[in-house]
Design a protein around this ligand. Sequence first.
Ligand code: HSE
Length: 456
Amino acid sequence: MNATTQAAASNQKQDATISGGSSSGARAGSVGVALLGMGTVGAEVFRLLEENSNDFTHRIGGAVEIKGVAVSNMSKPRPGVPDELLTDDAHALINRDDVDVVVEVIGGIDYPRELVLAALKAGKSVVTANKALVAAHADELAAAADAADVDLYFEAAVAAAIPVVGMLRRSLAGDKIQRISGIVNGTTNFILDAMASTGASYDEALAEATRLGYAEADPTADVEGHDAASKAAIMASLGFHTRVKFEDVHCEGISAVTAKDIAAADQAGYVIKLLAICERLVAEDGSESVNARVHPTLVSKEHPLASVNESYNAIFVEAEAAGSLMFYGNGAGGNPTASAVLGDLVGAARNKVHGGRAPGENTYANLPLADFGEVTARYHIDMEVDDRAGMLAAVAQEFAKSGVSIRTVRQQDTGHTARLIVVTHSAQEKVLDATVHALSNVPGVKAVDSVIRLGA
Ligand code: HSE
């Protein structure tokens, strides 16, 4: 096709869409938006869209207009939002003929799922910031978007405006992702950083995070790693073209990390980070599988992820051709999340005006999910033992029996007992687990205080 016929074909496609060719029929280049939710993120999305409407029109090639805002509490003041836009009937708003794109920023799972599915089935493209929803129901949502030939965007679901989803869906779509290691939860990074920089205990650092507004009143989802596990599921699914759900992600939080662990890590040249790790595993016969996990990890102070402090997020990606890339920034908050939502809204609106669809999810590779026990890592094991002749040999023998190779051993005297800190070479989780169990039964081993994986 030469340039002229190409342009003509492209114009035909555009005309068809503007005159009603798209499933929801963006009217003469104008895109109607339903905003579901008016919390911190929704309010920012509304404000930025209203204040910059001229810019959005130019960037999209058509005007974007908020047709309504669905809220649960109609009597709450909504400064700057005209009363006539507010409704507590989200379904009616979604189904309006002049709504082309639905933006979901409500949070939770069941009710947003119902609304997002209703929107997709009605032929409306959807932008959502809801990681829990996407991580739990991606198959169902992607199928509904495909059936209706509309877009499903969720950049804000992983680390707000850090372009993780777009990077995996588009920028690295031609590459082969080997591994993604991410600090994707700001609350836990703040707590671990506070423990490392002040010597505070976990409880003290959590209290400080709560006082400063980083941790929520119920911090469970953050500190137990659930929030990071949702993001790991999304990143692994996109990166490996294989469906990985929230429940497939092995998840350990930071509530058991002690000041002693942090100090030991520091002495050995590491910092402790809660990492979401998505990894492609290759067996000896060349067959591939994938694993996603979240757990406290010792990160070498030399690694770029080690210098990600306070509540910042960063995602370190290793790809076959691109090599190593790192993306860094604020991974939460009203403004950064609104930025990601608006970027998606521009994409969805452009497609409504000009035709076409964004790259959707593609799980064609359908790789097997490796059991966590099959994953290999190096381990930092801290134990309290009797300080007597033969103790080190007895401990070393347990490692030797299970075939786990020791890389370094340090001993610290603590009076009648000693602390033994063993760092291993690579071993499988299930083998290491059995070794730790055996160690705790060795006469003279008082306690295996902590086992922390080395990574990144
Ligand atoms: N609570 C999350 C965090 C942000 O602390 O990073 C939302 O995923």
